[in-house]
Design a protein around this ligand. Structure first.
Ligand code: PLP
Length: 383
């Protein structure tokens, strides 16, 4: 790619080593993982190896890893399963105001079937109002859904505390760990989390494969069909993608610390210099614990979409909010929930880095952002 890619929370490139691991499974090793013959057994063995690698990334038992087509499907399966276990009318879902569309829309679909939704607010800092979460949980709660790290701001929620709370109350917890997996340590052996959703394409694996990590006894199939995935999901497994997910998880486990520290250096310098050089520059969520690759910036009076367009023209790829809502042109619901300000929400621009970015890319981005803000401000009519 000729440009500078700072949109890794939308998706990451597939690392060459991961592509190399997948390639033989497109042509050379063609078996269906459910076939009894040697080619099938070879595919099955490779899928089970990948299951172990994904399990290791999150400290889970391999039998708890259910491969899906995406984190979105994993999240849908988690909600479907949790609601199957509490089918009573009057049941409720508790979620945060800053969840990804994949969670929000599952909850909205449940609401259309009569389930009550309770949305827990965040403070201006991005911190979750835990007290309200605690108060919202009741005997009617079917599932609590909280993201581990926010895709727009990188803010990390206190999942160990929330898991303990839900466990004490005997309520199911789903955690959207899509942006946390591979960026911060996750150890499900230590945490009472019922459902955890992750995705390969956020950690340098292929698109179109995710996983729901949950005890098989808590899962009810969303996709009916054959007996694949031990009866938890019908449909022939996408063997090459699963192999790629496994290798991506293996590398992420191995390199987690290095990736986190190298992106932190780049991200922190980007923030520091922009903050010093540009008047009216602010960082959403800056005082909260954050994943180290993400910064959500705003510049007073500068529309985020306009800035993204100017940077795009200079071959620097960033985004406003989530890629999943980028065609709706509505300002970030996350920054809106934090600040209550339509203006602030419209100014938000996300830079999401990776360990593949370099110091010189940060230097170039700083220069272009500085110039772009100056030029946009010079063309604005005085208030
Ligand atoms: N949850 C979060 C926090 C995300 O950032 C994303 C993707 O952007 C998803 C869920 C959906 O993941 P997938 O693209 O695998 O469906």
């Amino acid at each position: 790619m000729k440009g500078i890619y700072f949109d890794n929370n939308a998706t990451t490139p597939v690392l060459p080593d991961i592509v190399a691991t997948m390639l033989p499974f497109f042509g050379e090793h063609t078996g269906n993982a459910s076939s009894a013959h040697a080619a099938g057994v070879q595919a099955r063995t490779a899928v089970e190896r990948a299951r172990g690698q994904v399990a290791q990334l999150v400290g889970a038992d391999p039998s708890h890893v259910l491969f899906t087509s995406s984190a979105t499907e994993a999240i849908n399966t988690a909600f479907h399963s949790a609601l199957c276990f509490s089918p009573d009318a009057g049941s409720q879902i508790v979620l945060t105001a800053v969840e990804h569309a994949a969670v929000r829309q599952c909850a909205v679909a449940a609401k259309a079937r009569g389930v009550k939704l309770i949305e827990i607010p965040v403070r201006a800092s991005g911190e979750l109002v835990l007290k309200q979460l605690e108060e919202a949980i009741s005997n009617d709660t079917s599932v609590v859904s909280v993201m581990w790290a926010n895709n727009e701001t990188g803010v990390i929620f206190p999942i160990p505390q929330i898991a303990q709370l839900c466990d004490e109350r005997g309520v199911s917890l789903h955690v959207d760990a899509v942006q946390a997996a591979g960026k911060i340590p996750i150890d499900l052996e230590q945490l009472p989390i019922d459902y955890l959703s992750i995705s390969a394409h956020k950690l340098f694996g292929p698109k179109g494969v995710g996983a729901l990590v949950a005890s098989p006894k808590l899962v009810r199939p969303l996709v009916h069909g054959g007996n694949q995935e031990s009866g938890r999901r019908g449909g022939t497994e996408n063997v090459p993608a699963i192999i790629g997910f496994g290798e991506a998880a293996r590398l992420a486990t191995l390199e987690l610390e290095h990736r986190a520290s190298s992106t932190a250096l780049l991200r922190d310098r980007l923030e520091r210099v922009l903050f010093q050089r540009i008047n009216g520059c602010y960082i959403n969520g800056v005082d909260q614990p954050r994943i180290s690759n993400t910064t959500n910036l705003g510049f007073d009076g500068i529309d985020g979409d306009v800035l993204c367009g100017v940077l795009d023209a200079a071959d620097i790829y960033v985004s406003t909010g989530s890629a999943c809502s980028s065609d709706t042109l509505s300002p970030s619901h996350v920054v809106m929930a934090m600040t209550g300000s339509y203006e602030r929400a419209g100014e938000a621009v996300r830079f999401s880095l990776s360990h593949l970015n370099t110091d010189s890319e940060i230097d170039r981005a700083i220069g272009v952002v500085e110039q772009s803000i100056a030029s946009l401000r010079s063309t604005q009519a005085p208030a």
